[in-house]
Design a protein around this ligand. Sequence first.
Ligand SMILES: O=P(O)(O)OC[C@H]1O[C@H](OP(=O)(O)OP(=O)(O)O)[C@H](O)[C@@H]1O
Ligand SMILES: O=c1cc[nH]c(=O)[nH]1
Ligand SMILES: [Mg+2]
Length: 208
Amino acid sequence: MDVLVVDHPLARARLTTMRDARTDNAAFRAALHELTVMLVYEATRDLPVAEERVHTPVARTTGYRLANPPLLVPVLRAGLGMADQAHKLIPDAQMGFVGLARDEETLQPTPYMESLPDSLAGRPVFVLDPMLATGGSMAYTIRLLTDRGATDVTAICALAAPEGIKHLEESAHPIRLVTASIDERLNDSGFIVPGLGDAGDRQYGAVH
Ligand SMILES: O=P(O)(O)OC[C@H]1O[C@H](OP(=O)(O)OP(=O)(O)O)[C@H](O)[C@@H]1O
Ligand SMILES: O=c1cc[nH]c(=O)[nH]1
Ligand SMILES: [Mg+2]
């Protein structure tokens, strides 16, 4: 699997704010927004462009736009905190939604929402979720996408655990990962160490 770690100093600084247990919900959301811009910027670096003529106030020249904008798919809840920023960078992208909650005992994803185009053949997809822990939620989401014909999927995650990367590699789906950090490991509760805690709770407050 192709893994890109965006370890730019500004990305590291935003991630540090997110990791800090003293960071409140509003500051956490702000740091995730800014980190998302950096991750999406790098994730789009090699996308094909189409040329178009543009008239500047001075002359005609060649302009560029994304030839085939990706479908953006935030995984609720935590991925919602990446959706608007990704959309601002790629305004002509369509957006789909997947809602998953990880069972705290089994660590398996429990689906509660799915809103995706019927066919994804020939369409690149960017899945937005800050956390890749066991990889169960991402693997579930990728299966929904490949079942619809997607063959070009990029997972964009603030943090990834080695266990989650291994899970995705073993699933043999066509996928690329863009992340700001590969952390050490998972703890016995399935949380990323050192991590940042529960990315949904840190943005929106605890539900349990
Ligand atoms: O790799 P995994 O072990 O599957 O864990 C990762 C998932 O856990 C978090 O969501 P959570 O289930 O906590 O839901 P939330 O976004 O509503 O908090 C996170 O946003 C991922 O979707
Ligand atoms: O550390 C973790 C693991 C899964 N989900 C989170 O939000 N945080
Ligand atoms: Mg959560």
